[in-house]
Design a protein around this ligand. Structure first.
Ligand SMILES: O=C[C@H](O)COP(=O)(O)O
Length: 247
């Protein structure tokens, strides 16, 4: 089980420090926790989390190692700042910044070149689902954004239906399980030589303490990518506890 907190563009630094200290002060043994912090917080959070078992990640990276890219952050910078993972292809990057699958694959390759693990997000829009295209859209995103030659041990996939993010809406358990099984099946075909390496597939989209146990107990769900609820220490701990009970 992996439970990842994506703070997005939140919170203020003082609150971030308090949240990180809470996270660092408790362990869930069989649950791997990840924190995707805003870029300016990577160094202070790496200090706060230094004695903990929490993996620190960036929320995005550029394709280049360095250069004239004002406002961007490279995978090398993230690595040098204490991150060991990066999130790429989040739907908010796809929609806010027009990122497409080819760019996301290039970012994943840049991350791998600097020894960062990569969590790649995929997910359909409401229109895609209503048109019956959810599966084909997600499989096309996997095909387009996951580097063919990547080490599967460095890959995590997060399935996040766009219409479930921050809305309080969640797909039915049957729909989540079906999509996760489709993704797992695609990954098995894409990485036929992965041996015993399991590629985790997380669910994201309005995961809360009240629905975490049900979602996390579904077949082929290996954890959760949590946005809003990760900004509340009690709520995030409750989700981690639910994961611990399932694991
Ligand atoms: O990265 C996290 C997801 O976008 C889910 O966000 P949410 O839990 O606020 O719906």
């Amino acid at each position: 089980m992996i439970i990842a907190a994506n703070w997005k563009m939140n919170p203020d630094l003082e609150t971030a420090g308090m949240l990180a200290s809470r996270l660092a002060g408790i362990s869930f043994g069989n649950v791997k926790r990840v924190l995707f912090a805003p870029h300016p917080y990577i160094i202070p959070m790496s200090i706060r989390l230094a004695q903990s078992d929490i993996t620190l990640g960036g929320q995005d990276c550029h394709t280049a190692e360095s250069g004239a890219h004002t406002g961007d952050v490279s995978a090398l910078m993230l690595r040098d700042s204490g991150a060991t993972m990066v999130l790429v292809g989040h739907s908010e990057r796809r929609s806010d910044h027009g990122e497409d699958d080819a760019l996301i694959m290039a970012k994943a390759n840049a991350a791998l070149a600097h020894n960062l693990d990569v969590m790649i997000c995929v997910g359909e829009t409401r229109n895609d689902r209503e048109a019956g295209n959810a599966e084909s859209v997600v499989l096309a995103q996997l095909q387009g954004s996951i580097p063919k030659a990547m080490d599967p041990a460095r890959l995590i996939v997060a399935y996040e239906p766009v219409w479930a993010i921050g809305t309080g809406l969640v797909p039915s358990s049957e729909d989540i399980a079906a999509m996760h099984e489709n993704i797992s099946s695609w990954l098995s075909s894409a990485f036929p030589n992965r041996g015993d390496t399991h590629i985790p597939v997380l669910y994201g989209g309005s995961v809360k303490p009240g629905n975490a146990a049900e979602i996390l107990s579904l077949p082929a769900v290996d954890g959760a990518l949590v946005g809003g609820a990760s900004l509340d220490a009690d709520g995030f701990e409750a989700i981690c506890a639910a994961a611990s009970n399932v694991a």
